[in-house]
Design a protein around this ligand. Structure first.
Ligand SMILES: C[S@@+](CC[C@H](N)C(=O)[O-])C[C@H]1O[C@@H](n2cnc3c(N)ncnc32)[C@H](O)[C@@H]1O
Length: 295
Protein backbone atom coordinates (compact mmCIF):
# COMPACT_ATOMS: atom_id res chain seq x y z
CA UNK A 1 0.00 0.00 0.00
CA UNK A 2 1.10 3.62 -0.59
CA UNK A 3 0.65 5.80 2.50
CA UNK A 4 -0.24 8.76 0.26
CA UNK A 5 -2.39 6.71 -2.13
CA UNK A 6 -6.11 6.71 -2.90
CA UNK A 7 -8.10 3.57 -2.13
CA UNK A 8 -11.71 2.54 -2.63
CA UNK A 9 -13.40 0.04 -0.31
CA UNK A 10 -16.53 -0.79 -2.33
CA UNK A 11 -18.13 -2.89 0.44
CA UNK A 12 -17.47 -1.12 3.72
CA UNK A 13 -19.76 -3.42 5.81
CA UNK A 14 -18.61 -3.08 9.42
CA UNK A 15 -15.67 -0.94 8.33
CA UNK A 16 -13.01 -3.52 9.27
CA UNK A 17 -11.10 -3.34 5.99
CA UNK A 18 -11.69 0.42 5.71
CA UNK A 19 -10.20 1.04 9.15
CA UNK A 20 -7.10 -1.03 8.36
CA UNK A 21 -6.61 0.99 5.17
CA UNK A 22 -7.04 4.32 7.02
CA UNK A 23 -4.46 3.27 9.63
CA UNK A 24 -1.89 2.88 6.86
CA UNK A 25 -2.58 6.20 5.14
CA UNK A 26 -0.66 9.37 5.96
CA UNK A 27 -1.77 11.91 3.36
CA UNK A 28 -3.88 9.49 1.29
CA UNK A 29 -7.59 9.13 0.81
CA UNK A 30 -10.12 6.34 1.36
CA UNK A 31 -13.54 6.23 -0.28
CA UNK A 32 -15.71 3.72 1.60
CA UNK A 33 -18.94 2.68 -0.12
CA UNK A 34 -21.85 0.51 0.99
CA UNK A 35 -25.39 0.31 -0.33
CA UNK A 36 -26.76 -0.48 3.15
CA UNK A 37 -27.68 2.74 5.02
CA UNK A 38 -27.24 0.98 8.42
CA UNK A 39 -23.73 -0.14 7.45
CA UNK A 40 -22.91 3.39 6.27
CA UNK A 41 -24.01 4.90 9.60
CA UNK A 42 -21.82 2.44 11.53
CA UNK A 43 -18.81 2.94 9.30
CA UNK A 44 -19.14 6.75 9.53
CA UNK A 45 -19.03 6.40 13.30
CA UNK A 46 -16.10 3.95 13.22
CA UNK A 47 -14.02 6.10 10.86
CA UNK A 48 -14.90 9.51 12.30
CA UNK A 49 -11.38 10.08 13.63
CA UNK A 50 -9.82 9.54 10.18
CA UNK A 51 -9.80 12.75 8.12
CA UNK A 52 -8.79 10.71 5.05
CA UNK A 53 -12.09 8.76 4.95
CA UNK A 54 -15.26 9.58 3.01
CA UNK A 55 -18.16 7.20 3.50
CA UNK A 56 -20.78 7.04 0.76
CA UNK A 57 -24.11 5.22 0.53
CA UNK A 58 -24.32 3.87 -3.00
CA UNK A 59 -23.99 0.79 -5.23
CA UNK A 60 -20.41 0.06 -6.23
CA UNK A 61 -21.85 -0.81 -9.65
CA UNK A 62 -22.08 2.98 -10.03
CA UNK A 63 -18.36 3.48 -9.38
CA UNK A 64 -17.86 5.02 -12.83
CA UNK A 65 -20.17 7.88 -11.69
CA UNK A 66 -19.24 8.03 -7.99
CA UNK A 67 -15.50 8.64 -8.45
CA UNK A 68 -15.72 11.57 -10.92
CA UNK A 69 -18.44 13.16 -8.73
CA UNK A 70 -15.99 13.05 -5.81
CA UNK A 71 -13.23 14.37 -8.09
CA UNK A 72 -11.20 11.22 -7.47
CA UNK A 73 -8.53 10.64 -10.13
CA UNK A 74 -6.72 7.36 -10.82
CA UNK A 75 -6.71 5.20 -7.69
CA UNK A 76 -4.15 2.84 -6.16
CA UNK A 77 -6.51 0.14 -4.98
CA UNK A 78 -10.08 -1.08 -5.25
CA UNK A 79 -11.45 -3.68 -2.84
CA UNK A 80 -14.71 -5.61 -3.22
CA UNK A 81 -15.64 -8.01 -0.39
CA UNK A 82 -18.78 -9.25 -2.10
CA UNK A 83 -22.07 -10.53 -0.76
CA UNK A 84 -23.85 -10.18 2.54
CA UNK A 85 -22.46 -9.10 5.93
CA UNK A 86 -22.88 -10.86 9.28
CA UNK A 87 -24.73 -7.75 10.46
CA UNK A 88 -27.31 -8.28 7.69
CA UNK A 89 -27.50 -12.07 8.17
CA UNK A 90 -27.89 -11.88 11.94
CA UNK A 91 -30.71 -9.31 12.02
CA UNK A 92 -34.05 -11.18 11.68
CA UNK A 93 -35.78 -8.00 10.46
CA UNK A 94 -33.57 -7.96 7.35
CA UNK A 95 -34.98 -11.32 6.22
CA UNK A 96 -31.68 -12.80 4.93
CA UNK A 97 -31.57 -15.87 7.17
CA UNK A 98 -33.72 -18.99 7.09
CA UNK A 99 -32.69 -19.77 10.66
CA UNK A 100 -34.70 -16.96 12.25
CA UNK A 101 -38.19 -15.76 11.41
CA UNK A 102 -38.51 -12.32 9.86
CA UNK A 103 -40.18 -10.53 6.97
CA UNK A 104 -39.17 -11.69 3.46
CA UNK A 105 -37.09 -8.59 2.81
CA UNK A 106 -33.43 -9.35 1.81
CA UNK A 107 -32.72 -5.80 0.58
CA UNK A 108 -29.16 -4.64 1.17
CA UNK A 109 -30.22 -1.11 0.29
CA UNK A 110 -33.28 -0.67 2.50
CA UNK A 111 -34.37 2.37 0.44
CA UNK A 112 -34.82 0.17 -2.65
CA UNK A 113 -38.53 -0.57 -3.27
CA UNK A 114 -38.12 -4.23 -4.33
CA UNK A 115 -38.21 -6.67 -1.39
CA UNK A 116 -37.90 -10.46 -1.67
CA UNK A 117 -41.62 -10.74 -0.97
CA UNK A 118 -42.46 -8.35 -3.81
CA UNK A 119 -39.99 -10.10 -6.11
CA UNK A 120 -41.46 -13.54 -5.39
CA UNK A 121 -44.99 -12.19 -5.79
CA UNK A 122 -44.24 -10.80 -9.25
CA UNK A 123 -41.86 -13.22 -10.99
CA UNK A 124 -43.08 -16.05 -13.20
CA UNK A 125 -42.46 -19.67 -12.30
CA UNK A 126 -40.14 -19.98 -15.32
CA UNK A 127 -38.10 -16.96 -14.26
CA UNK A 128 -37.90 -18.26 -10.69
CA UNK A 129 -36.72 -21.67 -11.93
CA UNK A 130 -33.93 -19.94 -13.90
CA UNK A 131 -32.92 -17.80 -10.90
CA UNK A 132 -32.74 -20.84 -8.58
CA UNK A 133 -30.62 -22.72 -11.13
CA UNK A 134 -28.34 -19.85 -12.16
CA UNK A 135 -27.84 -18.12 -8.81
CA UNK A 136 -28.09 -21.05 -6.38
CA UNK A 137 -27.11 -24.10 -8.48
CA UNK A 138 -30.40 -25.55 -7.20
CA UNK A 139 -30.99 -28.91 -8.96
CA UNK A 140 -34.71 -29.51 -8.33
CA UNK A 141 -35.28 -25.85 -9.32
CA UNK A 142 -38.58 -26.37 -11.16
CA UNK A 143 -40.05 -28.45 -8.35
CA UNK A 144 -39.13 -25.82 -5.74
CA UNK A 145 -40.34 -22.93 -7.93
CA UNK A 146 -43.70 -24.72 -8.23
CA UNK A 147 -43.93 -25.14 -4.46
CA UNK A 148 -43.11 -21.43 -3.92
CA UNK A 149 -45.74 -20.46 -6.52
CA UNK A 150 -48.34 -22.63 -4.74
CA UNK A 151 -47.70 -20.86 -1.45
CA UNK A 152 -47.94 -17.46 -3.08
CA UNK A 153 -51.34 -18.43 -4.60
CA UNK A 154 -52.53 -19.30 -1.07
CA UNK A 155 -51.09 -15.97 0.12
CA UNK A 156 -48.79 -17.73 2.60
CA UNK A 157 -45.42 -16.42 1.43
CA UNK A 158 -44.65 -13.53 3.74
CA UNK A 159 -41.84 -14.56 6.06
CA UNK A 160 -38.44 -16.27 5.93
CA UNK A 161 -40.01 -19.37 7.52
CA UNK A 162 -42.71 -19.41 4.78
CA UNK A 163 -39.98 -19.54 2.12
CA UNK A 164 -38.04 -22.18 4.07
CA UNK A 165 -41.24 -24.27 4.40
CA UNK A 166 -42.00 -23.95 0.67
CA UNK A 167 -38.59 -25.53 -0.05
CA UNK A 168 -39.11 -28.28 2.55
CA UNK A 169 -42.59 -29.04 1.11
CA UNK A 170 -41.01 -29.55 -2.33
CA UNK A 171 -38.57 -32.12 -0.87
CA UNK A 172 -40.67 -34.16 1.61
CA UNK A 173 -38.29 -37.15 1.38
CA UNK A 174 -35.36 -35.16 2.90
CA UNK A 175 -35.14 -35.30 6.69
CA UNK A 176 -34.13 -32.13 8.53
CA UNK A 177 -33.51 -28.87 6.67
CA UNK A 178 -32.46 -29.63 3.09
CA UNK A 179 -29.32 -27.86 1.83
CA UNK A 180 -31.53 -26.40 -0.91
CA UNK A 181 -33.01 -24.00 1.69
CA UNK A 182 -29.65 -22.24 1.92
CA UNK A 183 -29.13 -22.15 -1.84
CA UNK A 184 -32.69 -20.93 -2.52
CA UNK A 185 -32.20 -18.06 -0.05
CA UNK A 186 -28.88 -17.25 -1.74
CA UNK A 187 -30.49 -17.26 -5.21
CA UNK A 188 -33.42 -15.03 -4.21
CA UNK A 189 -31.07 -12.61 -2.44
CA UNK A 190 -28.84 -12.34 -5.51
CA UNK A 191 -31.87 -11.63 -7.71
CA UNK A 192 -33.41 -9.04 -5.34
CA UNK A 193 -30.12 -7.14 -5.05
CA UNK A 194 -29.06 -7.64 -8.69
CA UNK A 195 -25.74 -8.81 -7.25
CA UNK A 196 -24.12 -10.41 -10.28
CA UNK A 197 -24.68 -7.45 -12.61
CA UNK A 198 -23.40 -5.07 -9.91
CA UNK A 199 -20.33 -7.22 -9.31
CA UNK A 200 -19.30 -7.36 -12.96
CA UNK A 201 -19.97 -3.63 -13.46
CA UNK A 202 -18.08 -2.79 -10.24
CA UNK A 203 -14.98 -4.84 -11.17
CA UNK A 204 -14.85 -3.33 -14.67
CA UNK A 205 -15.30 0.22 -13.35
CA UNK A 206 -12.68 -0.50 -10.67
CA UNK A 207 -10.17 -1.57 -13.33
CA UNK A 208 -10.97 1.58 -15.36
CA UNK A 209 -10.28 3.71 -12.26
CA UNK A 210 -6.87 2.17 -11.42
CA UNK A 211 -3.59 4.00 -11.93
CA UNK A 212 -0.77 1.93 -13.49
CA UNK A 213 0.47 -0.43 -10.76
CA UNK A 214 -2.83 -0.05 -8.87
CA UNK A 215 -4.55 -3.22 -7.66
CA UNK A 216 -8.06 -4.61 -7.65
CA UNK A 217 -8.83 -7.23 -5.01
CA UNK A 218 -12.09 -9.18 -4.92
CA UNK A 219 -13.28 -11.61 -2.27
CA UNK A 220 -16.06 -13.94 -3.47
CA UNK A 221 -18.15 -16.22 -1.29
CA UNK A 222 -19.59 -18.73 -3.74
CA UNK A 223 -18.81 -20.21 -7.12
CA UNK A 224 -21.12 -17.88 -9.10
CA UNK A 225 -19.39 -14.77 -7.77
CA UNK A 226 -15.93 -16.27 -8.19
CA UNK A 227 -16.71 -17.22 -11.81
CA UNK A 228 -17.49 -13.57 -12.60
CA UNK A 229 -14.21 -12.38 -11.02
CA UNK A 230 -12.18 -15.07 -12.80
CA UNK A 231 -13.77 -14.33 -16.19
CA UNK A 232 -13.33 -10.55 -16.00
CA UNK A 233 -9.70 -10.93 -14.84
CA UNK A 234 -8.99 -13.48 -17.59
CA UNK A 235 -10.53 -11.26 -20.27
CA UNK A 236 -8.71 -8.12 -19.08
CA UNK A 237 -5.35 -9.91 -18.86
CA UNK A 238 -5.40 -10.93 -22.53
CA UNK A 239 -5.19 -8.81 -25.68
CA UNK A 240 -8.62 -8.23 -27.23
CA UNK A 241 -8.86 -8.64 -31.01
CA UNK A 242 -11.61 -7.47 -33.33
CA UNK A 243 -11.91 -8.90 -36.85
CA UNK A 244 -12.98 -7.62 -40.25
CA UNK A 245 -15.65 -9.47 -42.23
CA UNK A 246 -12.91 -11.25 -44.27
CA UNK A 247 -11.28 -12.59 -41.09
CA UNK A 248 -8.34 -10.15 -40.96
CA UNK A 249 -7.56 -8.53 -37.61
CA UNK A 250 -9.07 -5.02 -37.42
CA UNK A 251 -7.66 -3.97 -34.06
CA UNK A 252 -5.79 -5.31 -31.05
CA UNK A 253 -6.38 -3.82 -27.61
CA UNK A 254 -3.50 -4.70 -25.26
CA UNK A 255 -4.22 -6.37 -21.91
CA UNK A 256 -4.88 -4.00 -19.01
CA UNK A 257 -4.24 -6.38 -16.11
CA UNK A 258 -1.68 -8.78 -14.71
CA UNK A 259 -3.35 -11.44 -12.57
CA UNK A 260 -1.49 -11.79 -9.24
CA UNK A 261 -3.37 -14.88 -8.02
CA UNK A 262 -3.38 -17.70 -10.62
CA UNK A 263 -5.28 -19.66 -7.95
CA UNK A 264 -7.59 -17.91 -5.47
CA UNK A 265 -6.28 -17.33 -1.96
CA UNK A 266 -8.37 -19.03 0.76
CA UNK A 267 -8.49 -18.62 4.54
CA UNK A 268 -6.00 -20.66 6.58
CA UNK A 269 -6.85 -22.62 9.74
CA UNK A 270 -6.05 -19.70 12.08
CA UNK A 271 -8.30 -17.30 10.20
CA UNK A 272 -11.10 -19.89 10.11
CA UNK A 273 -10.92 -20.22 13.90
CA UNK A 274 -11.39 -16.46 14.13
CA UNK A 275 -14.00 -16.17 11.38
CA UNK A 276 -15.73 -19.46 10.44
CA UNK A 277 -17.81 -17.68 7.77
CA UNK A 278 -14.59 -17.25 5.75
CA UNK A 279 -14.57 -20.98 4.89
CA UNK A 280 -15.95 -20.37 1.39
CA UNK A 281 -14.11 -17.07 0.73
CA UNK A 282 -11.88 -16.87 -2.36
CA UNK A 283 -9.65 -13.85 -2.89
CA UNK A 284 -8.35 -12.87 -6.33
CA UNK A 285 -6.11 -9.89 -7.07
CA UNK A 286 -4.81 -8.22 -10.21
CA UNK A 287 -2.58 -5.26 -11.06
CA UNK A 288 -3.22 -2.60 -13.67
CA UNK A 289 -0.51 -2.58 -16.32
CA UNK A 290 1.30 0.60 -17.30
CA UNK A 291 0.54 1.82 -20.83
CA UNK A 292 3.90 0.77 -22.20
CA UNK A 293 3.81 -2.70 -20.55
CA UNK A 294 0.35 -3.13 -21.98
CA UNK A 295 1.34 -2.18 -25.54
C1 LIG B 1 -19.05 -9.16 3.30
S1 LIG B 1 -19.66 -7.58 3.74
C2 LIG B 1 -18.24 -6.58 3.81
C3 LIG B 1 -17.55 -6.56 5.14
C4 LIG B 1 -16.42 -5.54 5.20
N1 LIG B 1 -15.35 -5.86 4.29
C5 LIG B 1 -15.86 -5.34 6.60
O1 LIG B 1 -14.62 -5.26 6.74
O2 LIG B 1 -16.63 -5.23 7.56
C6 LIG B 1 -20.43 -7.07 2.26
C7 LIG B 1 -21.00 -5.66 2.30
O3 LIG B 1 -21.10 -5.24 0.94
C8 LIG B 1 -22.27 -4.50 0.77
N2 LIG B 1 -22.62 -4.60 -0.64
C9 LIG B 1 -22.97 -5.70 -1.34
N3 LIG B 1 -23.20 -5.39 -2.62
C10 LIG B 1 -23.00 -4.06 -2.74
C11 LIG B 1 -23.08 -3.14 -3.84
N4 LIG B 1 -23.43 -3.54 -5.06
N5 LIG B 1 -22.78 -1.85 -3.62
C12 LIG B 1 -22.41 -1.43 -2.38
N6 LIG B 1 -22.34 -2.25 -1.30
C13 LIG B 1 -22.62 -3.54 -1.49
C14 LIG B 1 -23.27 -5.14 1.70
O4 LIG B 1 -24.30 -4.23 2.04
C15 LIG B 1 -22.40 -5.53 2.88
O5 LIG B 1 -22.40 -4.53 3.87
Amino acid sequence: MRAEGTYVDCTAGFGGHSELICQRLTSGRLIAIDRDPFAVARVKERLKSFACAEVIQSDYGKLARILPELKVGPVDGVLIDAGVSSMQLDDPQRGFSFQVEGPLDMRQDTTQPLTARAYLAACTETELTRVLRDYGDVRPAQRIAKSIAKRRERNTLNTTFDLRDAVCEALPFVSGTPDEVRTVFQAVRIAVNDEYAQLERGIRAGIDALAPGGRVVVIAFHSGEDRIVKNVFREESHAQRTFLADGRIASVTPPRLRVLTPKPVTADADELLDNPRAHSAKLRAAERLAGKEAA
